[in-house]
Design a binder for this molecule. Structure first.
Ligand code: SF4
Length: 240
């Protein structure tokens, strides 16, 4: 095991101490995951859950949704925001899947190499690297590491990467991550970013990662030198 992988394992262990173990239990519905994530863009989890439930109630079969006029879909998902854009993206993605696999199913991804499955998903309209990784990890249990804005911020503060976007962070971390920690590390990094390593003012004094963290170390040095404390910015978005 190289030093970087060892470090990732150590961080995973510390985060599991802070937020608990996270066993991977894939739910087996990659198309549902894809549609749900498209609905999550620019809205809260609660709101996207409600919007997804409304969409499934209106179109119980994927085929019905794929052939529905975008305006009708948009009316159903209006509460989730960006309804017109999301309606078009969902319809286009479902029709591409139908054309490529003969039915609206992504079960074939399970038999593909991980990188081929990832490349296929990112070739779909409106699907970026984070969405593709979520579909593979949460639905099919494939070890692909999704990087959202929280994981991106935490990874940069820790000094794991020095990147300008979640997509770049994902590309940098993915090859180094051992398969067996991908899910737990992702989940606990998101929680860490939401609860402790927040964008505005990270709560370093109660963070067990302090001795592992480049940003905490450099801030401690700056404070010792009498400089003013300020948190780094968190400007990069993710693919939704
Ligand atoms: S020590 Fe501070 S900056 Fe570093 S990971 Fe913890 S909360 Fe974030």
């Amino acid at each position: 095991m190289d030093a970087f992988t060892e470090r990732l394992r150590r961080l995973d262990g510390i985060l599991a101490e802070m937020y608990g173990p996270k066993p991977l239990r894939p739910h087996g519905d990659p198309v549902g995951e894809l549609v749900h994530i498209i609905l999550t863009q620019n809205t809260s989890d609660t709101n996207s859950d409600r919007t997804y439930a409304a969409l499934r109630a209106a179109y119980p079969a994927w085929e019905q949704l794929a052939s529905a006029p975008p305006d009708d879909i948009a009316d159903v998902i209006r509460m989730g925001g960006l309804a017109d854009i999301k309606a078009v993206r969902i319809g286009e993605a479902l029709r591409r899947i139908q054309a490529d696999f003969g039915s609206i199913s992504l079960a074939a991804l399970d038999g593909m190499e991980k990188t081929d499955a990832f490349d296929y998903l990112t070739s779909l309209p409106g699907v970026g690297p984070k969405t593709a990784a979520c579909v593979l990890l949460f639905a099919l249990g494939r070890p692909v590491f999704p990087v959202d804005t929280h994981v991106h911020r935490v990874s940069n503060r820790l000094g794991l990467v020095a990147t300008g976007s979640p997509a770049a962070t994902q590309a940098a971390l993915m090859p180094a991550l051992p398969d067996d920690i991908v899910y737990q590390l992702h989940m606990n990094m998101v929680t860490h970013g939401r609860k402790t390593c927040k964008a505005g003012r990270p709560a370093c004094t109660r963070c067990l990662l302090q001795s592992e963290c480049d940003w905490a170390c450099s801030r401690a040095e700056a404070v010792a030198d009498g400089e003013t404390e300020h948190a780094p910015s968190d400007s990069a978005g993710d693919d939704g």
